[in-house]
Design a protein around this ligand. Structure first.
Ligand code: CDP
Length: 206
């Protein structure tokens, strides 16, 4: 049997559709999937609960990743604040790299997977959409899960995180030079997933 150690790196700004695309691609290919944003969200949540950021990152457990509040806008903001700290990022590198090289293939989504965590990934996608489209999608998601948010608040949250993520010194959000760009502004989920799968086939065809 042929060993598969293909790594697919999917990066992009807040609420661009990375998570949905990553899950669908992983399911389609039978690969494992890691939402690396969850690691930063878990650290951010621990900081909101009183922990020191670097301590929180170095002592992160599987249980921390299952906390119920990780998808809230408050935790998202806290995540993007702890994500600027070099020691926090460094504490999370080994886990992400080990996951990326799993047998059977792996899809990782985040901000710096193709640029810093897995610069040798076989496939790199950069998923984006206009800030307005991204905020609308996140607003619908948050409202559907019972969060009391306004469209304006969600747009401001998305823009503040993009700004922080793109302008930080450590592993800023940007496409890797060899990434395939996918703009999902005018694509529904099926069309975005189809585009991602096509790009993966093109990159891995020998
Ligand atoms: O789901 P959404 O795109 O809104 O956010 P996320 O992927 O859960 O990431 C939350 C925050 O974690 C981001 O705004 C980044 O600041 C940070 N993050 C990062 O710095 N590097 C990653 N690989 C993933 C997330």
């Amino acid at each position: 049997m042929v060993e598969t150690r293909v790594t697919i790196a999917i990066d992009g700004p807040a609420a661009a559709g990375k998570g949905t695309i990553s899950k669908a691609v992983a399911r389609e290919l039978g690969f494992a999937h890691l939402d690396t944003g969850l690691l930063y969200r878990a650290v951010g949540a621990k900081v909101l609960a009183g922990a020191e950021a670097v301590d929180a990152a170095t002592s992160l457990t599987a249980e921390d990743l299952e906390a119920g509040n990780l998808r809230t806008p408050e935790v998202a903001q806290s995540a993007s604040k702890v994500a600027v700290i070099a020691e926090v990022r460094a504490a999370l590198v080994d886990f992400q790299r080990a996951f990326a090289r799993r047998l059977g293939g792996a899809v990782l989504d985040g901000r710096d997977i193709g640029t810093v965590i897995c610069p040798n990934a076989e496939v790199k996608l950069f998923v984006t959409a206009s800030a307005e489209v991204r905020a609308e999608r996140r607003y619908l998601e948050l409202s559907a899960s019972g969060h009391d948010v306004t469209r304006d608040d969600v747009l401001a949250d998305v823009k503040a995180r993009d700004e922080r993520d793109m302008n930080r010194a450590e592993a800023p959000l940007k496409p890797a030079e060899d990434a395939v760009l996918i703009d999902t502004s005018e694509l529904d989920i099926d069309a975005a997933v189809a585009k991602a799968l096509q790009a993966i086939m093109d990159k891995t065809a020998h």
